[in-house]
Design a protein around this ligand. Structure first.
Ligand code: FES
Ligand code: MG
Length: 600
């Protein structure tokens, strides 16, 4: 007799709590989870055991509201017949963690893989929010491949100062120009920046947090309409409850990340990223998630699939509004709906609620056209990234939509070629070097200079830092020139709207071409052909390389912790997601590796 389709599937937690072949171990596992306060009835009745991967803590204020939301998740899980076990995830707070939060994404990933695989969990609610917490959680869920659903903590309420919206991060870039120009003092600077953070939640701009949580929804990994709800809103509590209920059903349906995270889903995410004006950090994290689920997503796909998509969401830094406005205007479903009308969404992509992306978003409407523009009235026509390469690096990305007309005019070397810029390089090795020297008039920085930041990649910094967007020298700011083009092997905060060339790979610390650049070299950026080159001949480049290698390669600070050293030895470059190289061969381990051995 074959097994009937309706026979209940044996859940993986049964291998711990109900294993007739090894009753000794079953007893050992049971007694300790009974000790936590659960009953034999709950643990032995075959109910799904649901983990809550808790990323909130006092060290992670952006995600801290998850400590409250988890109570509603639990109630949802219980209501649907599951049993909840909450556990901590290694904290990652974008601004507080030194030297970088980027260093900790892969550490949190590793930890979460061990927890999801090594404990009796049938499904998991991934609490997401601050920049790196979202990719770390999705990367781990992809590797382990047990049913998983993300719950965004949501953005803070809008910040206000003197009747104007002040957005997280974005206000810092603005305020530091005011400070450098002597228009405000230190105290006013701090107060102005603090006004952007009026409540619990993550950055209220279209920074990396709003980007990654919007893309999580666009990938289908969270409930439709959930990403944009501000953290303190009652709707956020409600969606926490529904997320808890839903994960229990997902376990019964065996709906896994591999059923959701298909190539089509990733292409949907790339397109949504352009339409929302998403962060330049998105390609790094989305690539990392794709590699862990085994989907081939080359960096070129960001240009191919995403470049021509218009900017619809009018949020800072590209636009005017903030998180609350984004939610009231319709959030991710309204954006997806606009793209769907133009055939730009794979509507069949499955999502966490068991319905397709098309079904979820077909009836979504824009509630405020100032905040989410209709497709035919975009803020910018082509809002996606372009991928650049040349003799300084093999790959880097740039958001061309933020290049202003004034900016173009300043760099034009030939008016007939409006996409070719040329200028002398000014090279900084790390932010300390930049801070120490940027205002020194003897450097001779002019409005035509191109600023380079190196030593800021995954190996060099370590962890890759958001230090590429540099301000102009104060003597140029006083003359009204706030920014110069910035190019580097590190990242840029998603809250910055600077037209920088970012994530250059390989980095200087891996002895990439940037390590050979000298201040004063002329660099040409050709946006039409997608190239960035230093205009010196190959022989000179070769001789510089020889000198560099004889001196032991590009120099960077030594490791300060064991993890810095370990990660530096195995981390890949930003263009391929900066994952721990070798880790991607472990795929869908809940299926391919079976249940781990008994512990005793
Ligand atoms: Fe945590 Fe922006 S710093 S979300
Ligand atoms: Mg950041």
């Amino acid at each position: 007799m074959t097994q009937s389709d309706d026979a209940p599937r044996k859940l993986r937690s049964r291998a711990w709590f109900d294993n007739p072949e090894n009753v000794d171990m079953t007893a050992l596992y049971l007694e300790r989870y009974l000790n936590f306060g659960l009953s034999l009835e709950e643990l032995r009745s075959g109910r799904p055991i649901i983990g809550i991967a808790q990323t909130g803590s006092d060290l992670s204020p952006c995600n801290r509201h998850h400590l409250v939301l988890a109570e509603r998740v639990r109630e949802g899980v219980r209501e649907a017949g599951g049993v909840c076990i909450e556990f901590p995830v290694h904290p990652i707070q974008e601004t507080g963690k030194r030297p970088t939060a980027g260093l900790d994404r892969n550490l949190a990933y590793l930890g979460l893989v061990e927890v999801l695989y090594g404990y009796p969990l049938d499904g998991v609610v991934l609490t997401t929010g601050c920049d790196k917490t979202t990719p770390a959680a999705l990367m781990a869920a992809a590797t382990v491949n047990i049913p998983a659903i993300a719950l965004s903590v949501g953005p803070m309420l809008n910040g206000w100062h003197k009747g104007e919206r002040t957005g997280s991060g974005t206000i810092v870039w603005k305020a530091r120009e005011l400070l450098a120009a002597g228009k405000i003092n230190d105290e006013e600077f701090i107060r102005l920046v603090a006004s952007s953070a009026p409540s619990t939640g993550y950055c209220n701009t279209m920074g990396t947090a709003t980007t990654m949580n919007s893309l999580t929804e666009a990938l289908g990994m969270s409930l439709p309409g959930s990403a944009a709800i501000p953290a303190p809103y009652r709707d956020r509590q409600e969606v926490a409850y529904h997320t808890g209920k839903r994960i229990v059903d997902m376990v019964h349906e065996d709906l896994k990340p591999s059923d959701i995270l298909t190539k089509e889903a990733f292409h949907n995410a790339i397109r949504v990223n352009s339409a929302i004006g998403g962060s330049t950090n998105a390609p790094i994290h989305i690539t990392a998630i794709a590699r862990h689920i085994g989907v081939d997503l080359p960096l070129e796909d960001w240009e191919k699939e995403g470049h021509d998509i218009p900017l619809l969401v009018n949020l800072q830094p590209a636009g005017e509004y903030l998180g609350e406005d984004y939610y009231h205007a319709g959030g991710v479903p309204a954006v997806v709906n606009q793209l769907m009308r133009h055939g730009l969404i794979h509507e069949d992509a499955m999502t966490a609620n068991g319905r397709t992306m098309g079904d979820n978003c077909r009836d979504a409407t824009i509630e405020d056209e100032n905040v989410i523009r209709p497709f035919d009235k975009p803020l910018v026509e082509q809002a996606g990234f372009i991928v650049l390469k040349g003799n300084l690096f093999a790959a880097a990305i740039m958001k061309t939509s933020v290049i202003s007309k004034a900016f173009r005019e300043r760099y034009l070397s030939d008016p007939d070629q409006p996409d070719v810029f040329e200028g002398p390089a000014m090279v900084f090795d790390g932010p300390e070097d930049y801070h120490a020297r940027i205002d020194d008039p003897s450097l001779g920085i002019t409005p035509k200079t191109l600023l380079f930041m190196r030593g800021a990649g995954p190996i060099g910094y370590p962890g890759s830092a958001e230090v590429v967007n540099m301000r102009a020298p104060s003597y140029l700011i006083t003359e009204g020139l706030g920014s110069l083009p910035c190019i580097g092997d590190g990242r840029q905060s998603g809250t910055s709207g600077s037209p920088s060339i970012l994530n250059a790979s390989p980095e200087a610390a891996a002895n990439g071409g940037l390590a050979l650049l000298k201040s004063g070299d002329t660099v040409r950026i050709d946006l039409r052909n997608g190239t960035v080159d230093v205009l010196i001949d190959d022989a000179e480049l070769e001789s510089r390389r020889k000198t560099l290698m004889e001196a032991g390669g590009y120099q960077y600070p030594e490791s300060q912790t064991p993890w810095q050293e370990i990660q530096r030895g195995v981390v890949g470059q930003l263009d391929t997601g900066a994952i721990l190289e070798g880790s991607e061969k472990y795929q869908r381990i809940a299926q391919t590796k079976g249940i781990p051995r008994d512990s005793h």
